[in-house]
Design a binder for this molecule. Structure first.
Ligand SMILES: [Zn+2]
Length: 364
């Protein structure tokens, strides 16, 4: 249905949505503020930081809410970046554009605005950007709003774009009807080989399941953002090996040097090594991956090969798994064990076995 959109979905996937961290970056480096201690968000993306040595940044400051300030600065940044990439430098000051011309620009903006890697924003991010731009205009006292009837034609374009994003699962809204697998559902998945290491797809599904359960990865975004180096193989004080999600790669720009662990995976052989989360993750990360995809910044989830025969140990392509495929992993498992309303099953549908752990001070 959206076959021709596969490219932008993939492009989106190259860096994943972005809201807060961008703002943090803007505030920290471009804006010189002291927001480095903000809690880490998985909604991160690099976005170019412009020098805010001009009056526009003052239009972004909200006396009421620092979050509003951040969101407004973000919108300004996105607008400027779009203008630069479109060769529209004359329009970078959005407060100096007459309404009719701005409406015309916005028609194109809503449809073509992208993150710096060429990927799309989530629908919720587009809303945030639009509200931010409107606040700048309001604070500048231009006397019109981009949600008014003068802007009907651009608003229509925005709605078109939002529809496309929603269809692709990029609404950004949280799912409301979460349902859970039963133990017998999961047993059935193991028994029929949908989970386990009998095929590239099964192994990948298993890793998705265990990452969701043990590494506290609950959203598509968290899975999509995961990089190879974010999961580390460590040893505890008793010299037992375990995998930890430390988000090392994602966090490397942070000020804090404390190592944080979002979850751990140890050997668990009480039901046999065939079900062991550690053994299976090890296979996925070190046995069946193409060596080129073992860099810290390699995407964690790779496209599974269809044919195992004659391809040796390498089970995955040198290519990031598509966003829609990743999103479909859990519903697909549900479908295979013949559950109804498969689409309601998500990463949090697996039996919850996770536990949070604190700073890993005892590890190097
Ligand atoms: Zn094991």
């Amino acid at each position: 249905m959206l076959g021709s959109d596969e490219n932008w979905i993939l492009r989106w996937f190259m860096a994943a949505p972005a809201t807060l961290m961008v703002l943090l970056c803007v505030l920290r480096t471009g804006f010189g503020a002291s927001s480095a201690e903000h809690s880490y968000s998985t909604k991160l993306n690099k976005f170019p930081v412009f020098n805010f040595d001009d009056d526009l940044k003052y239009l972004c400051i909200s006396a009421v809410s620092p979050n509003t300030t951040k969101a407004t600065l973000y919108a300004l940044n996105v607008w400027r970046y779009w203008c630069m990439t479109k060769g529209l430098r004359d329009y970078m000051d959005i407060t100096k554009i007459p309404a009719v011309k701005l409406n015309e620009l916005l028609e194109d903006f809503y449809i073509t605005v992208k993150k710096t890697d060429g990927s799309d924003f989530l629908a919720t991010s587009l809303h945030t950007i639009r509200r931010g731009l409107d606040r700048i205009l309001k604070n500048a006292g231009v006397g019109f709003s981009i949600s008014s009837s003068t802007f009907n034609s651009s608003t229509k374009k925005l709605k078109e774009k939002l529809r496309v994003l929603s269809k692709a699962g990029m609404s950004g809204a949280r799912s409301r009807n979460v349902v859970y697998f039963s133990f017998s559902d999961e047993e059935e998945m193991w028994r029929t080989g949908c989970l386990g290491d009998s095929s590239p797809e099964a192994l990948l599904s298993t890793v998705v399941k265990y990452n969701s359960q043990y590494l506290n990865m609950r959203t598509l975004q968290e899975h999509a953002d995961l990089m190879f180096g974010d999961i580390e193989l460590l040893k505890d004080s008793q010299n037992r090996p375990f995998f930890a999600r430390t988000d090392r790669v994602k966090r490397e720009n942070r000020v804090s040097a404390n190592k944080v662990c979002y979850g751990q995976i140890y050997h668990e052989h009480s039901k046999g090594h065939k079900l062991c989360p550690y053994c299976l993750l090890y296979k996925y990360m070190y046995v069946h991956r193409p060596p080129s995809q073992m860099e810290a910044k390699s995407p964690f989830y790779l496209t599974a090969r269809k044919e195992v025969s004659g391809m040796g140990n390498v089970w995955y392509e040198e290519q990031r798994m598509g966003l829609r495929s990743l999103r479909g992993v859990v519903p697909k498992l549900a479908k295979k064990v013949k559950l109804e309303r498969c689409e309601n099953f998500t990463f949090v549908s697996f039996t919850q076995a996770s536990r949070k752990c604190g700073p890993l001070n005892s590890f190097q």
